[in-house]
Write a protein that binds this ligand. Sequence first.
Ligand SMILES: Cc1cc2nc3c(=O)[nH]c(=O)nc-3n(C[C@H](O)[C@H](O)[C@H](O)COP(=O)(O)OP(=O)(O)OC[C@H]3O[C@@H](n4cnc5c(N)ncnc54)[C@H](O)[C@@H]3O)c2cc1C
Length: 480
Amino acid sequence: MINGKEYIERIDALQNEVWIEGGKCTGKLSELTPFKGIIKSKAALYDYQSQPENKKLFQYSTSDRKIGYGFSYHQPKTVEDLTKRRLATQEWARLSAGLMGRSPDYMNTLLMTLGMAAPHFAQDQKAFGDNIKRLYEKARDEDLSITHTFINPQVNRSLGQYFDDTNVTAAKVIEENKEGIVIQGARLLATQGGLTDELLVLPAGGYTLDDSYLFGFMIPSNTKGLKFLCRESFCYRDSRFDHPLASQFEESDAIVVFDHVLVPWECVFLYKNVQIVGDMEEATGMYTFLQFQAICRQVVKVEYILGLCELMGEAIQIQEYEHIKLKMSEIITTLEIMKALLVASEVNSQVNQFGTLVPDSKPLKAAIQYFSVAYPRLIEIIQMLGASGLISIPTEKDFNSEIQEDLANYLQGANVNAKERVQLFRMAWDIGMSAFGSRQTQFERFFFGDPVRLSSIHYNRYFTQPYVNMVLDFLNEREE
Ligand SMILES: Cc1cc2nc3c(=O)[nH]c(=O)nc-3n(C[C@H](O)[C@H](O)[C@H](O)COP(=O)(O)OP(=O)(O)OC[C@H]3O[C@@H](n4cnc5c(N)ncnc54)[C@H](O)[C@@H]3O)c2cc1C
């Protein structure tokens, strides 16, 4: 396991090709305003896992090694293992109020599921199985951080798009040689793109008859020809008072461009095999584990929202009103539903063919579906509770200026002074209204995929026959 300093030094040394606001980043990424907050917050996670008192929860060892590995690389085999994974994930998530969608455990977890299912990839070529196992072990041994791109550019989403790809937009293989495969084109949307050690790529969803889009590999973020094109930063100022959340957890999102990127064969674990791709989730449990991680984090996020709304209510004394109680109850209901679904997935987990104990996917799928709708509603509740309080939010500079007495008088709360009240409402604004907060809402709606298509898949794969039989039996009994 690494600590924060090691993580920062490693990212700075990579010199990844990162572009933002018309310029290519030079120097240390950890010192640039758009990225320094999130890099520091990630470093804090690595420091936390390294502290002696946290080792029990955050480390595990294998029989052949004395030194501990990070918890998210661990292959769970018992329900206790899954519970420990949940507790560690949530303890990390609490350090970012559940706002860091891509804490390192997200992708490490994915790599664990792929690495443990190496024989699945070896069915095509033995080397592919060896490669994913080695990539997993390397990431585990070096405690690497990873980002990913699973989506093709949003150029043309009509069903026939792949049949006319005369201009290469979606990343595809344009050459295959002795050293590896050459990739040209782009992919969406790597959160923390350029700020991690490695990039993991899997086939984008949807249908294609063209197998040059079917590949899975992991390469260092500084591979030649790899460019990360970042959106503008939503952290406009460093001040923790003014931007309590964005200043720390603005993750950045990047379009990934592959400009004739040579991916060495030893980094490839999946190639032009529809069957391997089609059976991948079933064999590895990868999406189920990603959902498990995500829902652990989302529970923490709702805990913070509940605490925040309670404090806002107290600050301006609105808790006595029925509709406020109703809204608070909605938040509590969301929290309890998410917690229950998470635990249900642990209780009904099953060991797969590779010895990994996989959580039950049914409650996790339900939670992902539910949260993409529940989260925007929680944000709406914050807006309804805060009203103009989310707008009357002077900055730290205002509180240090000539108008400070006016502010102290007119912005005080029922039980807090003006500065405390504004600090609280700034936090509510940053999660509910700022550019950072809006991006959070869009993230929770879409990060796991398009909720519309996910619900179709959810329905298509849900085994409804037992319930149909129940109704048929019921009707037949009546007739008799
Ligand atoms: C903040 C944020 C961070 C993200 N981070 C990552 C990341 O780190 N890595 C990563 O790989 N991805 C990431 N994503 C991408 C995410 O996976 C996609 O947004 C999601 O899969 C939806 O794809 P899309 O954005 O291309 O939307 P589109 O597929 O273009 O959909 C746009 C609209 O068209 C509709 N639509 C399109 N096609 C169909 C269809 N076939 N049937 C029905 N309706 C359709 C959709 O319902 C939607 O309303 C991120 C997204 C966001 C918003």
